[in-house]
Design a protein around this ligand. Structure first.
Ligand code: AMP
Ligand code: ZN
Ligand code: FE
Ligand code: FE
Length: 461
């Protein structure tokens, strides 16, 4: 079943329950068993629909009542009433759903959950609502893809990220840099100015679980005339055959993500929400290990809101428990270490899906530090991975060759970057690993292709 269709069914169930019982199911969409394996972007879309619908319910109900002349809302079958609410909400208020899609999806819901006459009835009312209340949306670009749906990415946004840049194929781009929005020590605009001073043609800011730094960075990039690639780094987990001590992290980079994507924003917000609680848990483990620290001090180090292990490490150094950030990782914080605590349990597939939903390219970060990287690359390619970070500080020349070969074999884009953090990784310099603008163009081109295919516009070409 298509992803958004699933989300709509879940939203309909929640609205139905709300109508019958007077309140939303306790945990929103979380009906046990059913949704635990749904990708986060599907859940996020479902949640958004419910929220939008409930928030605007009065307005929506008024539109339906005006339109459904012979039927007052409360005489309507409950299921139809809620199908209409959901579809009206999408039709009038959600500009990311093509009008025809909203109507067709409602008809499908009616076929599946309601009575024989319901699809025609629902169709009639929604057609009228479209004419009366959403006529402004007809003739929009979205209409061109009527019947198709992009799961958010808008094929209309084919802006050229290279516009205004001198065509310099020698220009180098560091595609992996962190800012104060997560655990780096330089502000996003400082990163951009540093990149220009390093004679880079561009830089990608890929903060952990946040895109908050991108807006100010974009302004700075415009000023200094270099390319800013909007990005993000997500943490996913491989379960190591069910053994917790064997599980490991997979970092997935997202490039050219749409900063306006509501699905991405929702996902990231959720991932960030568990981070402060995780710091408390780490603090408790550290306490038991005889190295107490105040979690509030750690949080203070992360005003950007994406607090992580490097902040803990820096606090351990300040308190004199460790000599360096690296020592703090080696002794306590490294993955699987004595004070290690995982974050939101995202799978690599979910990470890739979320990046795609935001119109971005998904790239496996530093595969050289991942167990069984060749298998992982092959697996992830089959679920849509777009590229592999070939050039990065942990890689030996043999690693580079191995992943270059893998990229060629699996048709993956080649990326590279320093993973510059500033203070937390004092030995890493910005621009120490880069790719050329040619490779960045390849990445951007893949994104464009992917967005177009997702919209069904590329078919038959
Ligand atoms: P977090 O998102 O809180 O799990 O932190 C992830 C960050 O911690 C990475 O981006 C690295 O900067 C750093 N990190 C993770 N593992 C290590 C390690 N073994 N040694 C040094 N730094 C590490
Ligand atoms: Zn980091
Ligand atoms: Fe990473
Ligand atoms: Fe990183």
């Amino acid at each position: 079943m298509r992803k958004r269709t699933q989300a709509r069914e879940l939203a309909l169930q929640a609205l139905y329950q709300r109508d019958v019982r007077g309140e939303l199911p306790e945990k929103g969409l979380r009906t046990p068993g059913e949704i635990d394996d749904l990708p986060p972007d599907v859940l996020a879309f479902g949640h958004e629909l419910i929220e939008d619908c409930v928030r605007r319910l009065e307005e929506i109900d008024r539109m339906i009542e005006e339109t459904a002349e012979n039927w007052s809302l409360d005489r309507m079958p409950t299921i139809d009433r809620n199908i209409l609410r959901l579809a009206t909400c999408e039709l009038v208020f959600r500009t990311d759903t093509p009008p025809k899609v909203a109507i067709n999806e409602a008809i499908e819901l009616a076929k599946k959950f309601s009575t024989e006459n319901s699809p025609t009835y629902v169709n009639g009312i929604l057609d009228r609502i479209l004419n009366l209340h959403a006529a402004h949306r007809l003739g929009t670009r979205e209409e061109e893809s009527a019947g198709q749906e992009t799961d958010e990415a808008d094929p209309g946004q084919e802006d050229d990220p290279f516009a205004g840049l001198a065509p310099d194929p020698q220009g180098r781009v560091d595609l992996h840099v962190h800012s104060t929005a997560s655990d780096g020590s330089f502000a996003p605009e400082e990163i951009v100015r540093m990149a220009a001073r390093c004679h880079l043609a561009g830089v990608a800011i890929v903060d952990h679980d946040t895109i908050e730094g991108l807006a100010t960075a974009a302004v700075a990039a415009e000023e200094v005339g270099i390319l800013l690639v909007p990005g993000v780094e997500l943490t996913a987990y491989e379960d190591g055959e069910g053994r917790e001590d064997k599980e490991y992290e997979i970092h997935v980079l997202g490039y050219f993500v749409d900063p306006q994507s509501r699905l991405l924003a929702g996902g990231l917000e959720r991932f960030r929400r568990v981070r402060p609680e995780r710091i408390e848990k780490i603090a408790r483990k550290l306490d038991a290990l005889g190295v107490p620290l105040d979690p509030a001090e750690v949080l203070r180090r992360a005003p950007g809101g994406s607090v992580g292990r490097p902040h803990v490490a820096q606090e351990l150094v300040r308190l004199g428990h460790c000599a360096t950030v690296q020592e703090a990782f080696d002794l306590y914080l490294a993955t699987g270490g004595p004070a290690y605590v995982c974050k939101e349990r995202l799978t690599p597939v979910q990470a890739i899906d979320l990046i795609h939903a935001a119109g971005g390219c998904a790239v496996l970060a530093h595969p050289g530090i991942t167990p069984r990287p060749d298998e992982i690359l092959e697996q992830l390619k089959s679920v849509g991975l777009d590229g592999v970070e070939v050039h990065c500080p942990p890689h030996t020349p043999e690693d580079e060759k191995r992943f270059m070969d893998a990229a060629r074999r699996l048709d993956l884009a080649v990326t590279g970057g320093s993973d510059f953090h500033g203070e937390p990784k004092p030995r890493i310099r910005m621009g120490q690993e880069t790719v050329s603008l040619v490779e960045v163009r390849d990445l951007a081109e893949r994104r464009r292709r992917q967005v177009r295919d997702a919209a069904g516009l590329g078919r038959g070409r």
